[in-house]
Ligand binder design. Structure first.
Ligand SMILES: *[C@@H]1O[C@H](CO)[C@@H](O)[C@H](O)[C@H]1NC(C)=O
Ligand SMILES: *[C@@H]1O[C@H](CO)[C@@H](O)[C@H](O)[C@H]1NC(C)=O
Ligand SMILES: [Zn+2]
Length: 278
């Protein structure tokens, strides 16, 4: 009896001592569930918060301004950084830094790694209307080119037209499912979009698949060679994984272009296409 009582009071003293000195979480509001903390990109430390054991002190090692975070391709998470409200925990996607203000010189490697047939066009690594600001989206096009041939639109996509200098897309997709890597820089493929900060030329990879596209049809993909459509899906999946582009940001040009109705491409169902990306 006596010894248990003594132990208990010693324990109390230790706890009181600990509480009254330093061992406290940096903010009461940062005492949150460990699962919530890790979802925000923070690290939990036990023993600094009152309450159940899963409530721990959450801190972040990547506190920064929300704009700086988004420029790095990260997602800002409130509540676990000290300082003003614009300073938040920056959760960077799966360790892969997103491209910022750069040429996309890894396009060929990304597609090849996905097991696709890739033909690199001479000079592609330096071709473009300047660098890409970022990669936030992927736009799906068809060329509306000739009705026969593997990739007869190559020259136009690379060099442009009288009214629009090339390159007109980073990537081409032939009727055989072969990918043509045309430019690593910014390309004139999007025009005015529903949100240029996501879908504009500076932030979007353009893919021009060979197809006449006429008459235009918004259902299925039955008029497309299966080998080409399957390759389209596989290639876009690989690009999404490499650049962290969510499926909701894979749009058909007809969906992204404004005013509505300005573009009809691609002439297959984008709902079906996005479903195939999952
Ligand atoms: C465009 O997208 C950005 C980033 O998601 C967003 O902050 C902005 O509000 C959007 N603009 C419009 C007009 O929807
Ligand atoms: C769509 O594009 C394909 C590929 O060029 C073409 O064969 C087809 O005729 C077009 N039309 C429709 C209705 O899908
Ligand atoms: Zn288009």
């Amino acid at each position: 009896m006596f010894s248990v009582g003594l132990l208990a009071s010693l324990f109390c003293l230790v706890v009181i001592h600990a509480r009254s000195t330093s061992a406290q979480c940096w903010s009461k509001n940062a005492c949150i569930a460990t699962s919530v903390c890790s979802a925000k990109g923070g690290t939990s430390k036990a023993g600094l918060c009152p309450g159940p054991t899963q409530i721990q002190c959450c801190s972040c090692s990547t506190c920064m301004d929300v704009k700086t975070c988004s420029a790095k391709g990260g997602k800002s998470q409130p509540g676990i950084c000290p300082g003003p409200s614009n300073v938040q925990c920056c959760k960077l996607g799966s360790g892969k830094p997103k491209p910022v203000n750069t040429m996309l010189t890894n396009l060929a490697a990304i597609l090849r790694r996905a097991g696709l047939r890739v033909l690199e066009q001479p000079g592609w690594k330096t071709r473009g209307h300047g660098k890409m600001a970022s990669v936030k989206s992927i736009l799906i096009h068809h060329t509306a080119g000739p009705s026969k041939g593997e990739y007869p639109s190559l020259g136009v996509v690379r060099d442009g037209r009288k009214d629009l200098p090339g390159p007109l897309a980073q990537l081409g997709l032939g009727r055989s499912g072969t990918w043509y890597v045309i430019a690593a820089g910014r390309c004139y493929h999007a025009g005015k979009t529903i949100n240029d900060s996501i879908f504009g030329n500076s932030n979007s990879i353009g893919i021009e698949a060979e197809g006449t596209g006429t008459p235009s049809d918004n259902t299925g993909h039955r008029y497309w060679p299966p080998v080409q459509w399957n390759s389209y899906v596989r290639g876009v999946k690989a690009l999404q994984a490499a650049y962290g582009v969510p499926t909701a940001r894979v749009l058909g040009h007809k969906e992204a272009a404004v005013p509505k109705g300005r573009k009809v491409d691609p002439n297959f169902s984008m709902t079906e296409f996005r479903a195939a990306l999952r």
